[in-house]
Design a protein around this ligand. Structure first.
Ligand code: GDP
Ligand code: MG
Length: 166
């Protein structure tokens, strides 16, 4: 019995960093530079006593504004279709961007089960971003830090009842 979690969101919010943390191996490339990771990446994730499959939606990094929407939509929709639940990440230091809203709409239209993560929120960072994130209408924003491992127990507590469905 297992389930699949897709990490979705615009480039640079920390999806691959979180993927790497959950998988525990450096399977996905993390880089400041655009154009490093591609397409969808799957790994075996562990979070405390929970084991599941995680999908990193890479491959959006090198797209230009012109091609962003179509490519992003296709890739995200593919990941959502493969997944039982989606972890939608935004950057808590930047707040909600128009591109984040495009992602939120994709998830809503797909009727995906969504957990909303406000990343880069280590320490007191991301408090304003988390408040702003309520406007996405995807439920309670969870402040996390993929890089520093903060907020992992909050993700666990939200995922736990979902995991029990599978
Ligand atoms: P992706 O494009 O969504 O996969 O984002 P990456 O995982 O490649 O991360 C993009 C940048 O954000 C990298 O420089 C990461 O080191 C940084 N980053 C990721 N998570 C965190 C975090 O929790 N806190 C901070 N401060 N930076 C982070
Ligand atoms: Mg990435």
């Amino acid at each position: 019995m297992t389930f699949t979690l897709a990490i979705v969101g615009r480039p640079n919010v920390g999806k691959s960093t979180l993927f790497n943390r959950l998988v525990g191996k450096r399977l996905a490339l993390v880089d400041d530079q655009p154009g490093v990771t591609r397409d969808l990446r799957e790994g075996d994730a562990r979070l405390m006593d929970m084991r599941f499959t995680v999908i990193d939606t890479a491959g959006l990094e090198e797209v230009t504004d012109d091609s962003l929407q179509g490519r992003m939509r296709r890739l995200t929709e593919r990941a959502v279709d493969m997944a039982d639940v989606c972890l939608f990440l935004i950057d808590g230091r930047v707040g909600v961007t128009p591109t984040d809203k495009v992602f939120a709409d994709i998830l809503r239209r797909k009727r995906a089960q969504v957990i909303l993560g406000v990343n880069k929120a280590e320490g007191k960072a991301g408090e304003a971003g988390a408040l702003e994130a309520w406007e996405l209408g995807l439920g309670e924003p969870l402040r996390i830090s993929a890089e520093h491992g903060e907020g992992m127990e909050d993700i666990y507590h939200v995922l736990r009842p979902i995991a029990e469905q599978f």
